[in-house]
Design a protein around this ligand. Sequence first.
Ligand code: SF4
Ligand code: MSK
Length: 635
Amino acid sequence: MSDIEQKSIDTAAQEVLKKAEAENIQTVWDRLESQQPQCGFGMLGLCCTVCNMGPCRIDPFGEGAQAGVCGANADTIAARNLARKIAAGASAHSDHGRDVAHTLMLLSAGHTHDYEVLDVEKLKTLAVEFGIDINKPKEQITQELAEKLLREFGRQEGELVFTKRAPKKRQQTWQNSGITPRGIDREIVETLHTTNVGVDNDYKNLIKTGLRCALSDGWGGSMLATDVQDIILGSPQPIRGKVNLGVLKENCVNIVVHGHEPILSEMAVKASNDPELVKLAREKGAAGINLAGICCTANEVLMRHGIAVAGNFLQQELAIITGAVEVMMVDVQCIMPALKEVASCFHTKLITTNPKARFPGVEHIEFHPDKAYEVAKQIIKLGIDNFVNRNKERVNIPKQEMDLVAGFTKEIVFQILGGRYRATYRPLNEAIISGRLRGLAGVVGCNNPKQTHDLFHTTLVKELIKKDVLVLQTGCSAIACAKQGLLIPEAAKLYAGRGLQEICEAVGIPPVLHLGSCVDNSRILTAASHIIEEGGLGQDLSDIPAAGCAPEWMSEKAITIGFYFVASGVYTVFGASPFATLGSHNLTDYLTKGLEGVVGARFEFCDDPIKMAELMIAHIDKKRKALNLKPAMYE
Ligand code: SF4
Ligand code: MSK
């Protein structure tokens, strides 16, 4: 395998990496190399910088120091570090949710006219969940709902409203273990408090705080972000799109949206079709305006509008290195600081838009929901003006692009399987009960240059569908598999086992369903709750023959997602060391064994995609057996 093949399995990425090498442009892979060897204490979670008596470190071989200056041991330090990461991840998703809820509030008060309630049904469903009488004008419902949603963040007691969506038995488990989330901000703050120097020194108790914090994200901040986005941007429907760097167009003004929050990028979609701007682009010699996305902002505009996806996390620099991007507009999360440097090698204008996420020396055009369309137009106009500065000699857009279908939600799964007039999960449950479907898997998360780009996602997912496991995906993992052609209905014939193939062909779905962005992992939780409600597959989420996995994760948000999956009863496999090599044996044991007795699920750490699939399938089979189901039909 060549050096470049080791970096990525994606031939489009490989092509641009060659260009980067030839033009002496540093990428994430080069920087990873220059970081070698990475800090062993950090990798093991045994470095503590919590107070100024440190930094302290624990000798993993038991020969040197076994306690920090304050006396904290490996268990406390590793658990504290992990809990802080959970809080950081939860804060990112949840703050995203807060901004979306705030937009709903502005809309209801008439302070923004660029958004409207597009999914009235969902508005009403949420209103009922929040105890709002829906026999009143839509505007009033919207305002009351926005107020109540925003109160979930500052809630001091009781339980987050969305936790009621979980099966009763799961709610009971949370209560018994003391991890029912109370308020979104409260759980994040409490995690940060208890991980201060000299507060909580019990690794199990630290993990308990972390689990509650993670649940406040999965069944709180993220779920809220997903549902409110559906209300104001419209609920996704299955939609065809294209993916990979080949979606950039040589003859067009290329505008790339990147980050996570779709509120502005939604307006960019509208502005890219603005006749005045399209005319201007033509006057500048372009054939039109081509909008494409990276990371989860891409997933958001893909599933609502079919906007093309240029790539996942590790392709953000590569998109610019094609030399064909006029503007990359970024919002929050997963945006590499290195983009400034890479953009400076080309004519590309990097534009930050969120007051929370700025780069020194980078043009900032601040987004506010009350002038959303205006800001989007301004940014796209900058891109059009920049088209003439493109150096055609340096443009090299790979040809690779692949079709995909995205836009599956818990409601759509109902409709597709049960028919619009008899929306039900029954056929899905029956398929699992009969063994035609072996089970379900949620494969999510990022890329990490420590692993060959996209290799783990695609190898694992191919293995799962071959064994009749229907795969639900979000985030960069979905993009990885889409690029390899796994997210089209035709993939069933090529890659799926006979049982899964029969189901996909009967209803015309791909064997791998794209459920959206990272906050949309909450869709997996609600879909799983519907499965239990439908009956026949146990009483709790932990009874379902299902497993989760983040094979190439890198972000703290992925840790939070893993923790809320496990806290919700989903056996979850994590790839990508250092998580696979925690320095505290007690903590590792607790996460991979002990948690089962607390929440009915546990973690597994593994750095081999085939082995990951085997672990997940073994777990699925174990759950089938526990439910007294026959073995999978086509073993
Ligand atoms: Fe060291 Fe304890 Fe301070 Fe951590 S909290 S840096 S282990 S003294
Ligand atoms: S964008 S969190 S790299 S999935 Fe959601 Fe991708 Fe991970 Fe960011």
